[in-house]
Design a protein around this ligand. Structure first.
Ligand SMILES: CC(C)(COP(=O)(O)OP(=O)(O)OC[C@H]1O[C@@H](n2cnc3c(N)ncnc32)[C@H](O)[C@@H]1OP(=O)(O)O)[C@@H](O)C(=O)NCCC(=O)NCCS
Length: 173
């Protein structure tokens, strides 16, 4: 799992770097913006948790939730707009899973594709042969990003009558 804390990836417009405690505010904004169909354990609960302080603590502790996921910073403005990275492999072959999420106000400018392309290169140079990614069938933007990156759907699907169907995709590096 390429989760060395010091890794920094650079693209034309972006730096992908380890989380800093000050980025907890952005993490919380991402939590608040999530689609209501996203499972509740990934959304702010009725008590307003996780709080910024809890997210700060998780970053300080280097918890797995922030481990292989790199903060995306825009080089021109220095602001953090989301994350992209790899989550520990849970597939049969243990291949890592690509993940990305951006603040809504930055959508539609190619940032996810640009960031994920850098992460694919990182995974390749770390020796991985294949990545996987899961995506809700209703998540058109994310499906389009995965398509642009060259991920293809496998036969596996998980149907949840409330939240929708999860598609399993894969890409050889
Ligand atoms: C998925 C996400 C990261 C995309 O970020 P982004 O920076 O806007 O992505 P990009 O600009 O690189 O590419 C988005 C593509 O989807 C297309 N798209 C976006 N919304 C769309 C829609 N509703 N219908 C059709 N196409 C859509 C865009 O046109 C673009 O494709 P194009 O380059 O062919 O025009 C962002 O929407 C997000 O954070 N969503 C919530 C979290 C999430 O879903 N994460 C992924 C979980 S699998």
């Amino acid at each position: 799992m390429p989760s060395e804390p010091q890794v920094v990836l650079e693209t034309d417009r972006l730096l992908l770097r380890p989380w800093r405690v000050a980025d907890a505010v952005v993490q919380r904004e991402l939590w608040t913006e999530r689609d209501p169909r996203v499972p509740s354990h990934r959304r702010i609960d009725a008590d307003g948790r996780p709080t910024v302080a809890e997210l700060e603590e998780a970053i300080r502790a280097g918890r797995p939730s922030s481990g292989g996921l790199l903060a995306i910073e825009r080089k021109a403005s220095g602001d953090v707009i989301g994350y992209c990275g790899l989550i520990d492999g849970q597939g049969a072959e243990g291949e890592p899973e690509l993940a990305f999420e951006l603040l809504r106000r930055t959508w539609g400018r190619g940032y996810a594709t640009e960031a994920a392309t850098a992460v694919l290169g990182w995974a390749r140079s770390s020796g991985y042969a294949r990545l996987r990614a899961t995506v809700w069938e209703w998540n058109t933007a994310s499906r389009r990003v995965l398509d642009k990156l060259g991920f293809t759907e496998t036969a596996r699907k998980e149907v949840d009558p409330v939240r929708g169907t999860t598609l399993f995709t894969t890409k050889w590096l």
